[in-house]
Write a protein that binds this ligand. Structure first.
Ligand SMILES: Nc1nc2c(ncn2[C@@H]2O[C@H](COP(=O)(O)OP(=O)(O)OP(=O)(O)O)[C@@H](O)[C@H]2O)c(=O)[nH]1
Ligand SMILES: [Mg+2]
Length: 206
């Protein structure tokens, strides 16, 4: 059984809905969804926790590879936040890499209510091939996305400038938001972008 549905009696404004590995176990597609994608350990689960103001709704870990399924969280009956499993973790086998790719691509290509993505990039390193592939896939599928630079509480403004410049040289129209799940930097700005993406999705589908 790869679907866990949380009891509706435990509902709060933000709550965990389901953990799934394939289309057959995704929860019903009722609300617009914003998915969080990026390398293992980049801070996806931490950023979701910071956005919803709960410390442990999405599980975080110092050890890369913590999130292995697609986890769905409902935000105030407005939209779902979706924690995608991380890629690029060196110790993961080829079989697991293939399974990650299949799981994520299936979700990006087939989820009807997907309103947009937050693609995360660690502010201390330049984008790698896998991140560019993710960006290219979003563009090919006409998916809205924003790039969240993570861990901006670490004082590395030089690295941040280099990363932003490298992204904008390749794609001048990409929006980047510096964030920190620890200091709260950029969280409100990112929430604003998420609300806009989810509202645009509702408008498109009316
Ligand atoms: N300094 C700092 N550390 C962070 C920040 N966000 C996350 N971390 C740390 O980075 C590590 C990984 O965070 P996670 O949120 O678990 O990362 P993830 O992308 O969900 O990882 P996987 O589930 O393995 O794909 C943890 O030790 C976090 O405490 C941040 O904004 N600043
Ligand atoms: Mg995670």
């Amino acid at each position: 059984m790869n679907l866990i549905l949380k009891s509706s009696t435990a509902r709060s404004p933000v709550y965990f809905i389901a953990s799934a590995t394939s289309l057959s176990s995704w929860p019903p597609d009722t609300l617009p969804e914003i998915a969080f994608a990026g390398r293992s350990n980049v801070g996806k689960s931490s950023l979701i926790n910071a956005l919803v103001g709960k410390k442990k709704i999405a599980h975080t870990s110092k050890t890369p590879g913590k999130t292995r399924c697609i986890n769905f969280f409902e935000f105030k009956s407005l939209f779902n936040l979706v924690d995608l499993p991380g890629y690029g973790y060196a110790k993961v086998s080829q079989k697991e890499r293939t399974s990650w790719k299949k799981m994520v691509e299936e979700y990006l290509q087939k989820r009807k209510t997907l309103a947009g993505l937050v693609i995360l990039a660690d502010v201390r390193r330049l984008l790698q091939e896998e991140e560019w592939m993710l960006i290219d896939l979003c563009r090919k599928l006409h998916l809205e996305f924003v790039v969240a630079l993570t861990k901006c509480d670490k004082p590395r403004s030089n690295e941040r400038r280099k990363l932003i410049a490298s992204i904008q040289t390749r794609y001048p129209d990409i929006i980047t938001v510096p964030t920190s799940a620890i200091s709260g930097r950029g969280i409100n700005e990112l929430l604003g972008k998420i609300v806009s993406m989810s509202q645009a999705c509702r408008v498109k589908k009316v």
